[in-house]
Design a binder for this molecule. Structure first.
Ligand SMILES: [Zn+2]
Length: 507
């Protein structure tokens, strides 16, 4: 957690500044053309890539593809083309802070995917998403739906006007027609209301079921917030998600319910008392409908975003499944790179998705295909073609383990990215109150008074609770379920611990 060089690092990185028109300029090094840094990929594998086909591969491997019917609308073949263009402005959710809506710009378009950039921030926070993602909205959406918009760094909240910003900076907003209309999924049942309580799985740590609140509702999805925890654990899901359950579900199913942080007697948590103390209601149990099991089976093949290098989609195999998730293995790669993904993750696709959407597909790695020319600088990690960089899209490639998202030294790093919003706080922008909504909703203390949300990592605080839980061990795998941020693999910061995503594989 301690970063001795942080101050220096920040001052080096914070090169963004306002120009004469008050427009944000990107740091010089971010603007430099990327051709100079283009990696030398292993030459023969390019030819191999061109000759490769799923059909042939499946026959060769005697393997089967995951049937298209198993994929949701967000995962399957898109109905529309990706009409977004680089530079277009929009509003969208920060994947690391799901309750926060931000001013975003399209930094890169690839097939049906977009790399989105937070205006005013460094590109290391950029992230990839699908063009049909429910997390993105047109300019003006926040105002229309009464959501707070987190404005670009360097602007005053009370002075920011979208249209002035676009005009002054000669920017284009992304046309409304490019955003997918999700009303076809049916509206949210009216029984689900903001402020209501439920029991929900902590997706970062799925063995925990915790006291939670509906912090927001947008179209057919709800925002789950864990009472008295910071918003980094929040997530959006639809009402049929297996992650949300009615109040009393744990008791009925013999599971331990994790009480809100700071609850006086967590082992004897009582919903009746808690609802009364917080003057809130539970979502009626009858409105919960469980979605059918996901249907993915071990050995099925699919295409999956590699979250250590989220610009890439690889040929992958399901090697294990549980109720809500599947474990993916990237064909030809070492098993240390395997990880669990939610079965409803928008980052898995049926075979042929890349081909149809015009996205490159990373084919299985075969050591024999690779011949390195004498004197050629290539990444030493087997399978890695030198694409991407641990420090984000500022560098398009790497030639050594130092920049490689897959090298042992980088896999062992606890975290490569500090918190974008905390960085802002440090920049003396404490007046920011983008979290006030959920705080007011969910952070009542047990006398009904407001309490400051503690942002210490959840696991540390829960140590006491976990000991009591005995057999229900915490799932370390999921601590490292980094988000698909463009900087590559992002783990979870654990003070005093240096667990790597690999160590728990041996458990
Ligand atoms: Zn590499």
């Amino acid at each position: 957690m301690k970063q001795p060089n942080r101050k220096r690092k920040l001052s080096m990185d914070s090169k963004e500044h306002l120009n004469q028109d008050g427009c944000l300029e990107q740091a010089e090094e971010e603007k430099k053309p990327r051709d100079g840094a283009t990696p030398l990929s292993h030459v023969p594998s390019v030819a191999a890539q061109e000759a490769w086909s799923w059909e042939q591969y499946l026959t060769e491997q005697k393997a089967i593809a995951a049937p298209v019917e198993l994929f949701s609308k967000d995962q399957s073949f898109p109905e529309h083309e990706n009409g977004f263009q680089v530079g277009m402005r929009l509003e969208g959710i920060d994947p690391r802070h799901p309750s926060v809506f931000c001013v975003l710009s399209v930094a890169e378009v690839c097939g049906y995917r977009l790399r989105l950039h937070f205006d005013g921030y460094l590109s290391c926070y950029d992230f990839w998403t699908n063009a049909g993602s429910p997390d993105i909205h047109p300019v003006g959406w926040c105002e229309k739906t009464k959501h707070e918009l987190h404005i670009p760094k360097g602007y005053r909240k009370d002075k920011f006007v979208w249209m002035d910003y676009l005009k002054a900076c000669k920017l284009q907003n992304a046309p409304k027609k490019l955003f997918r209309n999700r009303s076809s999924n049916g509206p949210m049942p009216k029984e689900f209301q903001v402020g209501m309580k439920l029991e929900a799985v902590d997706r970062k740590n799925p063995s925990l079921v915790c006291v939670a609140t509906i912090a927001d509702i947008v179209e057919d999805r709800l925002l789950v917030h864990f009472d008295n925890w910071d918003d980094s654990y929040d997530y959006w899901c639809d009402v049929n998600s297996p992650y949300v359950q009615p109040v009393g579900w744990c008791q009925e199913n013999g599971r331990t319910l994790i009480a809100p942080q700071g609850y006086p007697d967590p082992e004897n948590f009582s919903w009746t008392e808690y609802l009364e103390a917080t003057q809130t209601n539970a979502v009626p149990a009858k409105v919960f409908k469980m979605r059918p099991p996901h249907g993915f089976l071990p050995s099925m093949r699919l295409e999956a975003v590699d979250r250590r290098n989220p610009r890439l989609i690889r040929v992958a195999t399901v090697i294990d499944v549980d109720e809500q998730r599947l474990k993916v293995h990237f064909d030809g790669w070492d098993h240390k790179y395997d990880y669990w993904m939610d079965a409803d993750s928008p980052d898995i696709h049926p075979i042929g998705w890349c081909d149809i959407t015009g996205h490159p597909l990373e084919i299985p790695y075969r050591a024999n295909d690779v011949k390195i020319l004498p004197g050629q600088a290539v990444c030493p990690t087997p399978g890695c073609r030198g694409i991407g960089h641990i420090r984000g899209p500022r560098y398009s490639g790497h030639h050594s383990a130092f920049g490689c998202p897959y090298s042992d030294m980088n896999l062992k790093k606890e975290a490569t990215l500090h918190d974008r919003l905390r960085e802002q706080t440090q920049a003396n922008l404490e007046s920011d109150s983008s979290h006030s909504r959920s705080k007011n909703l969910c952070s009542l203390n047990f006398n009904g008074k407001h309490e400051k949300v503690n942002s210490q990592p959840r696991l540390v605080q829960q140590a006491k609770c976990l000991k009591i839980k005995g057999k229900e061990d915490i799932d370390l795998d999921n601590l490292f379920r980094g988000l698909s941020v463009a900087g590559g693999w992002v783990g979870c910061r654990l003070p005093g611990a240096s667990l790597s995503p690999r160590q728990h594989e041996s458990r």
